[in-house]
Write a protein of this length. Structure first.
Length: 69
């Protein structure tokens, strides 16, 4: 049986903003034989992309370098 991971989020601020989906490692392109720490990092990276896609988030960061000096 394929290993799975379930992603889920909800917003405490915006009612109805939630999602849950279960994926197989194969669907996510994850090698099941990865070291546990590497696996956690990969799943975290994929989860963040999944949440941002669900919320249709885009962002930018602008740093005024003159104020950093």
């Amino acid at each position: 049986m394929d290993r799975t991971v379930t992603f889920s989020f909800n917003s405490t601020k915006y009612e109805g903003t939630e999602a849950t989906e279960t994926f197989t490692f194969k669907e996510l392109g994850i090698d099941e034989d990865l070291d546990v720490e590497v696996l956690k990092k990969e799943i975290d990276r994929i989860f963040q992309a999944w949440v941002w896609d669900k919320l249709n988030i885009s962002f930018s960061i602008v740093i005024d370098e003159d104020k950093l000096r």
